[in-house]
Design a protein around this ligand. Sequence first.
Ligand code: PMM
Length: 274
Amino acid sequence: MSAGRTLVMGVVNVTPDSFSDGGRWSTTEAAVAHGRQLLADGADILDVGGESTRPGATRASLSEELDRVLPVVEALAAEGATIRVDTRRAQVARRAALAGARIINDVSGGLADDDMIGTVAGLDVDYICMHWRGFLGTGDTNAGYGDVATEVLAELVERLDACRAGGIAAERLVTDVGLGFSKTHEQNWELLRHLDRVQALGHRQLVGVSRKRFLGDLLGPDHPGGADPLARDAATQAVTALCAQQGIWAVRTHEVRANADICRVFSRLGDAPA
Ligand code: PMM
């Protein structure tokens, strides 16, 4: 989908333990109500996830993940919302697509489940292929790079090649450098400086920066919002502006309204005069 501007993907974490909003929308009713609010705030897409991706998180079982995600997808898709489901499991991807999801977001780029790529290839969905270096325990980083932008790009290209070889059409693929996943704070900034190199691959690009720790690290302990992830919304919006200016396809954000306004402003600035 395209609206001629950067799209805003609002996050609905149906999890007890996500990093910035874990537990706030962990019942079906609360998650659906939150999804409706994000749509009213201007979200183009809703990102429904049933498993936390933070380092050290205990994995949800398959049945827990399905129970969290499917009723929320069904309810919001029935209301006409475009739903993306965040999962590393092929079976969740398949069931979610049957329930109405149109995009599968796999933070492992197909590495966590050998059946993912083949499953997605058989579904009528787009696939977000994120750069990933494995499951991490608390305190692990797996962030050893020489030139981070060059290496992330090369590893992403390998995964995109695997997706195409596995039968996912090129136009279905969306790239994502995976900010915060096996990257140090400085490496995240370096990747943000080089989004143009990922754009040059010719795929749509998603950026997920919302409320991440490296923004908190930048703002520091004396920031008036303290260490609360919600205090990182203005910093998130600054990155959204950068993305909108660079023609990034979509940003993934917890707060939607201000980010959606920013994308509209950049779209208007880019219009040729009448
Ligand atoms: N970040 C989180 C979860 N899923 N998916 C993509 N494609 N890109 C991301 O950067 C990404 C993601 C972290 O989520 P949280 O802050 O909502 O826990």
